[in-house]
Write a protein that binds this ligand. Structure first.
Ligand code: NIG
Ligand code: FE
Length: 414
């Protein structure tokens, strides 16, 4: 069997290769190749071009031909750069209470909130958690998402965080999509911990961090900077230690109050996620840094809160990734394309800005340099929709589903 594969013709192909990491993107700059083909070697992109031309020039390589029998638009497989899809339990009761006007405190008093998910997650086996991740990642794959970040953060002890991260590692061996694990042991302070916040963070950094590296469970550390979670002052030593040990940093920032962006910039985080409460000050800080802002419209929709000021961020010169934040509390929907399309309508984002936000800019938010664009050498992750005009994809606001998804060059939709 040949190492080479030629797929096409696509009615339109969006290679995304000419687009920049930062700042506004106009649809006028979106390169659309008509009647296009993709030449793949093993699991990597070799070339994209006009299908007939590629067909002729690739004959000496004897590529296996995957002929598409209907019009399709193809683009790089989507990347969801922020999820919490490893969990036990449901928070349907929280959702109902919140929409009935109950406050955060009333919901917490009734046994809801993040702590409720911690209790359920601690009570589940690693195997149960693994199965839940596989189920959700499989649904994401059918929606064109070929790379999925997955956080821990509902364990909140060395033992329970390890169980979550081992479940994510186990799931990644069984999922077609790539799973990118992140340790969110600094999600909230566990109220059963015997000691104060600095003692908890010290225990995690001293006991858990070395195991994460030894077992290769993750190279990413996340922290929720918020009044009900961790303050900038208390989190600094924790993040400094993580950075010193070589972990990438990502931050839950400015969700309800501004402050996390500053922490993200100070610790040269790869990304700052949420930012619903960011003011001009935080936007300027981010614009003068290499930190990638990640909008999470699913959390705004789930909580009934304002959207991340995506337009203002881009106009200030930042990058912008868009992720689902899929979790049982604030973002139960878990439909990235629908959420990205909706964010686009409210924030007045071009098609190119939205699609960049779920492809190469999202890959950059995970520090992944080998995906999100059809560049030579990138992994051959491709999503195709059964339409002739790429603008149909966001216009149909998530109701148009992929007809084909290739992961590492393999047809993966069954
Ligand atoms: O990203 N903001 C904090 N953490 C999650 C919510 C988790 C939960 O409610 O279970 C988020 O929205
Ligand atoms: Fe989150």
């Amino acid at each position: 069997m040949s190492d080479y594969q030629l797929i096409g013709p696509f009615a339109q192909l969006l290679p995304m290769t000419n687009l920049g990491l930062k700042g506004p993107l106009s649809d006028d700059n979106l390169v659309v190749i008509k009647q296009a083909g993709i030449l793949i070697k093993d699991n990597q992109i070799l070339q994209v071009d006009n299908f007939e031309k590629l067909y002729k020039t690739s004959q000496p390589l004897h590529p296996a031909l995957t002929k598409l029998n209907r019009p399709m638009v193809g683009l790089p497989g989507f990347v969801d750069a922020h999820t919490h899809i490893c969990f036990g339990g449901s928070r349907a009761k929280d959702y109902a209470m919140r929409n009935a006007g109950k406050t955060y405190l009333e919901i917490a008093k009734a046994g809801g909130g993040i702590w409720d998910t911690v209790t359920h997650t601690r009570n589940e086996t690693q195997d149960f958690l693994t199965k839940g991740i596989i189920k959700r990642a499989t649904r994401h794959l059918a929606n064109g998402i070929t790379t999925i970040e997955v956080k821990s953060g509902y364990g909140l002890s060395v033992k329970a965080e390890l169980k979550m991260l081992r479940a994510i590692q186990m799931a990644s061996t069984k999922c077609t999509a790539d799973l990118i694990p992140t340790c969110l042991a600094a999600h909230i302070f566990p109220k059963d911990f015997e000691g104060d916040i600095p003692a908890y963070l010290q225990e995690i950094s001293e006991k858990l961090f070395p195991i994460l590296q030894k077992e290769k469970l993750t190279n990413r550390i996340d922290a929720f900077i918020e009044e009900e979670a961790f303050s900038p002052d208390l989190i600094h030593p924790y993040l400094a230690k993580a950075k010193k040990m070589g972990f990438d940093i990502t931050i839950h920032a400015d969700q309800f109050h501004p402050s996390g962006s500053k922490v993200a910039v100070k610790h040269q985080a790869i990304s700052a996620d949420h930012l619903e409460a960011s003011t001009s000050k935080e936007i300027d800080l981010l614009a003068n840094s290499e930190v990638i802002p990640v909008a999470l419209p699913g959390a705004s929709i789930g909580l009934g809160c304002a959207f991340t000021p995506a337009r203002r961020l881009l106009d200030a010169g930042t990058s912008l990734a868009i992720a689902s934040d899929w979790n049982p509390g604030s973002a139960p929907m878990g439909d990235l394309l629908t959420q990205a399309a909706i964010l686009g309508t409210f924030e007045k984002l071009s098609n190119t800005e939205v699609l960049a936000g779920i492809t190469f800019r999202a890959a950059a938010a995970l520090n992944l340099k080998d995906r999100g664009k059809f560049s030579k050498g990138n992994v051959a992750d491709i999503v195709a929709f059964p339409v002739e005009d790429y603008r149909e994809i966001l216009y149909q606001q998530g109701q148009l589903k992929p007809i084909k998804v290739w992961k590492n060059g393999k047809d993966s939709l069954f």
